[in-house]
Design a protein around this ligand. Sequence first.
Ligand code: NAD
Ligand code: MLT
Length: 311
Amino acid sequence: MSKPVVLVAEELSPAGIAVLEADFEVRHVNGADRAALLPAVADVDALIVRSATKVTAEVFEHARKLRVVARAGVGLDNVDVEAATKAGVMVVNAPTSNIVTAAEHAIALLLATARNVPQGHSALKQGEWKRSKYTGVELQGKTVGVLGLGRIGVLVAQRLAAFDMDVIAYDPYVQAARAAQLGVKLVPLEELLRESDFITVHLPKTAETLGLIGDRELQQVKPSVRIVNAARGGIVDEAALDLALKDGRVAGAGIDVFTTEPCTESPLFHHDNVVVTPHLGASTHEAQEKAGTQVARSVKLALSGEFVPDA
Ligand code: NAD
Ligand code: MLT
């Protein structure tokens, strides 16, 4: 009897591939290349993606045998879950695989914006010894506003508390008592915007959160605020942020994610006080290994008709 076929549409850790190869025929395709993806899904039982493959209704129309879509990571915004449900396809992800990695990256961006690390590094490598130009700010005693107190937001809050920061958060779906246990004060969005010296975004991309931090919100922040977005592009509106930086209404930003990716040109790149990374939030060896093995195991369970627990 032929083995079920698993199509891997983006890079997956060798450990994840090894788990799959023990039971399945594993094929590869570049999921960002639509013309290659659509015929490739025609006769596969499972599809594994990261964030570059858009798993839309069109994909399900072409994928007659598909039983499971697995996201090797957290965010499911690139998978049309409603279309999957209509097509009878199960959707699984690896919800805890990269949360520590993502939290650490957000903090790396926050520290980089506070202390101008990349700017000082670039200047020095070009032979310029600029000390006063890159004077930064301390974290101690400052207020950080965490947008989204979920898995990653909590890890960020706990780590920034160790820097002696006051942590406040906006998340209408979290109980105040749970936040209080973490030493975090839940506040309305307007208060978070008004009070924060740093704002860090840890929200999923949904119809509600897209553009949540736009022009109106950026009119309410302190001019000394530094904003980090290592969640999803577009939650902080890029045009509004560009304008606020130009007007001096925001002191700096650390941005890992963009509305359209890959993104190799953006008005944000032209601000000296903006630090950017190319969606590296989940990019550690540890997180990729966990994401690969967790989704491989979930695919195995799903294809054998078993219950798939949250990893
Ligand atoms: P999570 O589901 O554990 O937490 C999200 C939190 O956001 C929840 O507490 C939820 O209540 C809150 N929330 C949802 N809608 C909201 C709204 N409208 N207003 C305020 N709060 C709202 O998810 P997580 O594991 O913490 O991950 C958060 C996001 O980070 C993911 O959805 C993903 O898009 C992104 N992410 C990015 C990277 C990266 O590589 N840059 C890596 C991992 C995750
Ligand atoms: C995620 O949601 O897990 C991250 O964005 C990481 C990724 O897409 O690889």
